[in-house]
Design a protein around this ligand. Structure first.
Ligand SMILES: C[S@@+](CC[C@H](N)C(=O)[O-])C[C@H]1O[C@@H](n2cnc3c(N)ncnc32)[C@H](O)[C@@H]1O
Length: 423
């Protein structure tokens, strides 16, 4: 039997082995690059690439979420999208210059596109800056397996699940300067990457809140993997029903409308000096105290930073000590987030204050006051603790603050609540 010959048998085994190795490697190559053979024959045009978002032309929110999946046609899902302007009005009409996500086709129904390739995906819908109507230049789109699945498992979310890229997670935690004594909240925590990383890398106590139980399960798994279950808490809850006043750092990756809806609660309930960091979306007319961009694969991610200001609105009365004499003071203040305006009465002299700014509980402003025989511009800087303001005044020209006058005031009248934080 020829095959029984030891040398031939060895050769046959070697041939069989190399054939199966060649076959396996061909299969691996095929798996790594499906359609590679066809591509050599006839390369299809590359899929449309999302262009790097530029600054939005106007503040328009464009969101597509699983909750807006409105019908299913076999293995095709039709998704409805919605664009809103900064006043929250729905913008009608399909914008020109819109780049559809790969695999999506617009349908005849308004603001609807059809997607045939199902499965969990995240991608961008992109509008040119000069699209009509003008839109924010990118939108996040999440598609889950199918609409019937959503009925059972998807709660009515205000924001779809889109995880923050780890580069942005690092930038957000660094911007917030998270420390071990912080209490970090992530409202809409997704798979836990933000708040669990705050606990794991920065040693903070951290809390994740999500309405989707799947996200809480993933967050818990991440905390277990990172060995920080003792430092984190999970709330399977609606972020609008969650009390987060204890947070010294609040992390958010939501949507502009959700940020704006949360704004009054942030300003009323969080302690002055607490830090807020939001991925990609701002807080309407509450200007950020800082803003950075993180570029990932030619896409700019925005990181916005705010510090909760102390509340100084109202009338304050007190005195400043000038050469051993107590000179009476009165401050009448209005406030819009971290900016204030109003008048200072110093002895008999009343003047408008300028450059009034709050950084947490630090309050500073400029005013012209009697100084010796002249009127001088002074820089007042101090700390607000509820109804007490304790500060020093120095001539604005005296940058080293060599001569400072101690100043104290108490608030004697205030509106019922911060006027800039009403619902
Ligand atoms: C864009 S993802 C952000 C996830 C995570 N914070 C991150 O940056 O990777 C938004 C998250 O908010 C959750 N969410 C949406 N509406 C919510 C609500 N009303 N209450 C709590 N969580 C909500 C979603 O389930 C989702 O996980």
């Amino acid at each position: 039997m020829p095959i029984a010959h030891p040398v031939r048998r060895k050769f046959a085994i070697l041939v069989a082995l190399s054939l199966s190795l060649a076959l396996a490697s061909a299969c691996r190559a095929g798996a790594a690059a499906p359609g590679a053979a066809e591509n050599q024959m006839d390369s299809p045009p590359p899929p449309p690439r999302a262009t790097a978002p530029t600054r939005p032309v106007v503040d328009i929110e464009l969101s597509i979420s699983p909750s807006r999946v409105f019908h299913q046609l076999g293995d095709t899902v039709a998704l409805r999208w919605e664009a809103r302007d900064s006043a929250g009005r729905v913008v009608e009409g399909v914008p020109s210059k819109l780049t559809w996500p790969e695999g999506a086709e617009p349908t005849d129904e308004p603001n609807t596109f059809r997607l045939t390739r199902l499965g969990h995906q995240v991608f961008f819908l992109t509008a040119d800056p000069d699209a009509i109507p003008p839109l924010a230049t990118s939108a996040l789109v999440t598609v889950v397996e199918d609409a019937s699945d959503l009925k059972h498992r998807d709660p009515d979310l205000d924001v779809p699940f889109v995880p923050t890229a780890m580069e942005v997670v690092d930038a957000m935690l660094e911007y917030a300067d998270v420390q071990a004594d912080d209490i970090v909240y992530d409202l809409g925590c997704g798979d836990g990457r933000l708040f669990v990383t705050a606990a794991a890398r920065h040693g903070a106590a951290a809390v994740g809140v999500d309405l989707d139980l799947r996200r809480i399960i993933e967050s818990r798994q991440r905390a277990m993997d990172d060995g920080v279950t003792g430092r984190v808490r999970f709330y399977h809850a609606d972020l609008f029903q969650t009390d987060f006043h204890e947070a010294s750092v609040l992390l958010m990756y939501l949507l502009p409308s959700v940020n704006r809806a949360l704004r009054p609660r942030i300003l009323r309930n969080m302690q002055p000096g607490s830090r807020i960091v939001s991925h990609d979306f701002d807080m309407g007319d509450w200007e950020p105290d800082g803003h950075r961009e993180v570029e990932i694969r030619e896409l700019d991610h925005h990181v916005f930073f705010w510090i909760v200001p102390a509340w100084v609105e109202g009338i304050w009365q007190g005195e400043v000590e000038v050469e051993g004499q107590a000179v009476p003071l009165r401050l009448e203040l209005s406030q819009q987030y971290q900016k204030a305006a109003g008048h200072l009465t110093w002895g008999e002299h009343r003047s408008e204050i300028a450059m009034a700014h709050l950084t947490g509980d630090r309050f500073e402003f400029h005013a012209r006051v009697p100084w010796g025989d002249d009127l001088e511009r002074v820089h007042v800087v101090g700390t607000v603790a509820e109804q007490d303001f304790s500060a020093t005044a120095a001539r604005a020209a005296d940058e080293q603050r060599e001569v400072t006058l101690p100043l104290k005031a108490q608030r004697i009248a205030a509106p019922a609540s911060p006027s800039y934080a009403r619902e």
